[in-house]
Design a protein around this ligand. Structure first.
Ligand SMILES: [Zn+2]
Length: 71
């Protein structure tokens, strides 16, 4: 099984849609729990890492690669 890779600042695609209709979230804090911010309505939620890994589908944009592209 492949372990999911994600970093602070990444925008990820979630399996479940946020009530506002968006399913993209930005990782704004990492730790035992992960704080993610909805790209659609800017609402942030704190969820346990295990739950995040289960609900997250894939990384859409990594902060690192975005910076590389703009340079
Ligand atoms: Zn939302």
């Amino acid at each position: 099984m492949e372990r999911k890779q994600f970093e602070l600042g990444d925008v990820v695609l979630m399996k479940k849609q946020h009530p506002c209709g968006a399913n993209e979230m930005e990782i704004i804090r990492m730790g035992m729990d992960i704080r993610i911010k909805c790209v659609g309505c800017k609402h942030s939620v704190l969820i346990p890492r295990a739950k995040f890994e289960k609900n997250m589908k894939k990384v859409l944009r990594s902060k690192q690669s975005e910076e590389d592209n703009e340079a």
